[in-house]
Design a protein around this ligand. Structure first.
Ligand SMILES: *[C@@H]1O[C@H](CO)[C@@H](O)[C@H](O)[C@H]1NC(C)=O
Ligand SMILES: *[C@@H]1O[C@H](CO)[C@@H](O)[C@H](O)[C@H]1NC(C)=O
Ligand SMILES: *[C@@H]1O[C@H](CO)[C@@H](O)[C@H](O)[C@H]1NC(C)=O
Length: 478
């Protein structure tokens, strides 16, 4: 159901798109380097790095064009390694890019353990204690995660490690007596654990070395693990002035472990299952590729962080028709192949046009028109996260399912300053929808060429932008 305002918005957008397309004809190939990478997330830092694995965080600080910030994290873990129990001050969605893992997490009062594998999505709400073990035989584990810092203390997220050495553990500051009691272990043993210099929060759990606290932890029965995690957390409570941040994480913990005590009568944890993105039937498919979206209606845990997930695969040389997301911003990471992406400002001027390749992360603010194009040499596959768990209704600006087609009539023709026939001719020429074949895709490397021109473009030089906008406004409000 489109209101007049949204109709107006889209009209403005498509006027913008059209104008840019025609202006592009005159412009030379290369766009200015400063703006050409505006929405590529290139700044990353290694937040965890040990022999057993690494977590790299791509940080987004754009509060100019985005209403809601997301960071993207990449985790690599060696075989037989553990990402130690922790909780975050941010909601996190994990996507298993490759490998097999055991995810342990506290849900209600229970410890749940899930085997998750390639293609699986799982939501870890802020404040939930979890750990991740790579159980793939001789296989590295690759995880892509979206981190929604809206509940976080600062701008980026903060992990709270329950274990590790003095430097990193939230337990690090406790005196030996508290730890002795909490762990029911001799002081000597405790000291051996906490004094032992750990590499960091990703550790090997290989039995061949002296068994670490974590190897032992993983060997415990479920209930005993919960008990251990709870004592770890509760012992923290007893020492209130210990850390400046104590109020914040305690508050978080109360919402997880604290409240759990009130619902102890629950028979069984009904914690959600993971959802496999690769098992999902695409929502759209044609000869040029397919796309699949996962919203809160398909997988309700996504409603907690209010985030959606999508997965797109374009065949060689195909393009996603220019479209806008009226409901959400989206973040993409290229999983395979290379291609191009172009993003426009809502006023129609070019915001970013750049080559993309495996591993590139880019985002598209809400209302910004954009399209992705696969190189001619192979398919382009990407997944991503949107800032809404509601059904995302992308509005296509070209193709058989486009807004132009829906709005086609004398008013629209007048707003472009052409006859209805001329407009119809242009709009009807494309018989395919959503994913289109493109003859001018980048041939494969940098500096892809462009060929197809005139027939796809409406020429509007005869009218100024202001006139067009005025016409559109009049049309809509008459
Ligand atoms: C502490 O450990 C001893 C054995 O070392 C055991 O007998 C005792 O029950 C344990 N206490 C608790 C509270 O787990
Ligand atoms: C993407 O499409 C290509 C064919 O264009 C296919 O070979 C590949 O397996 C697809 N990728 C996925 C993840 O389905
Ligand atoms: C369009 O908007 C962008 C971002 O707000 C701005 O930088 C650019 O100058 C605008 N272009 C025109 C033609 O108004």
């Amino acid at each position: 159901m489109m209101t007049k305002i949204t109709t107006l918005l889209f009209l403005l957008l498509l006027v913008g798109v059209t104008i840019t397309m025609s202006e592009d004809e005159e412009k030379s190939e290369g766009s200015s380097s400063s703006s050409s990478k505006l929405f590529l997330m290139e700044n990353s830092k290694s937040v965890v790095k040990t022999n057993a694995g690494e977590m790299r965080l791509f940080i987004n600080n754009d509060d100019k064009f985005l209403d809601r910030i997301m960071h993207i994290g990449l985790i690599n873990m060696e075989p037989r390694s553990l990402f130690v129990p922790q909780y975050l001050d941010s909601n996190m969605i994990i996507f298993i890019r490759r490998g097999v893992a055991k995810l342990g997490f506290i849900y209600g009062d229970e410890l749940e353990e899930r085997r998750i594998q390639t293609g699986d999505i799982y939501v870890i709400p802020a404040g939930s204690v979890f750990y991740l073990v790579n159980i793939g035989e001789g296989q590295r584990l690759h995880v892509i995660c979206s981190i929604d810092p809206s509940t976080s203390l600062g701008h980026t997220f903060q992990p709270f490690y329950i274990g590790g050495d003095n430097q990193q553990s939230i337990l690090g500051g406790f005196g030996p007596t508290i730890l002795e009691t909490a762990f029911n272990e001799s002081r000597a043993k405790i000291q051996r654990i906490f004094k032992k210099k750990q590499d960091g929060p990703i550790v090997f759990i290989d039995d061949s070395h002296s068994p670490s606290l974590w190897t032992k932890f993983l060997q415990l029965k479920k209930q005993a693990k919960v008990q251990k995690l709870k004592t770890l957390v509760q012992s923290q409570d007893e020492d209130e002035e210990q850390k400046q941040t104590s109020w914040s994480w305690r508050k978080l913990m109360e919402s997880v472990l604290g409240k759990a005590n009130n619902i102890e009568n629950k028979d069984r944890a009904d914690s959600p299952d993971s959802y496999n993105l690769y098992d999902r039937k695409p929502d759209f498919r044609n000869a040029y590729g397919w796309s699949s979206t996962l919203d809160g209606g398909d997988y309700s845990p996504l409603k907690i962080p209010d985030i959606g997930v999508f997965h797109v695969n374009l065949t060689a040389g195909s393009m996603m028709a220019p479209h806008v997301n009226p409901r959400a911003s989206e973040y993409s990471i290229v999983l395979r192949g290379y291609g191009r992406v172009q993003i426009l400002f809502p006023n129609g001027s070019n915001a970013m046009e750049t080559e993309i390749k495996v591993g590139d992360i880019f985002y598209i603010p809400r209302y910004f028109p954009f399209c992705q194009i696969a190189s001619r040499n192979g398919p382009l596959e990407f997944i991503g996260f949107t800032t809404s768990s509601q059904k995302n209704n992308p509005q296509f600006l070209a193709g058989a399912a486009s807004l132009l087609k829906t709005l086609l009539g004398p008013e629209l023709a007048a707003s472009f300053g052409v006859s209805e026939d001329t407009l119809r001719h242009v709009v009807d020429a494309q018989h395919d929808a959503v994913i289109l074949s493109s003859t001018w895709a980048a041939p494969g490397g940098p500096g892809g060429g462009r060929g197809k021109k005139e027939e796809d473009v409406l020429h509007v030089e005869t009218k100024g932008i202001e006139d067009l906008v005025n016409d559109v406004v009049m049309d809509v409000f008459e």
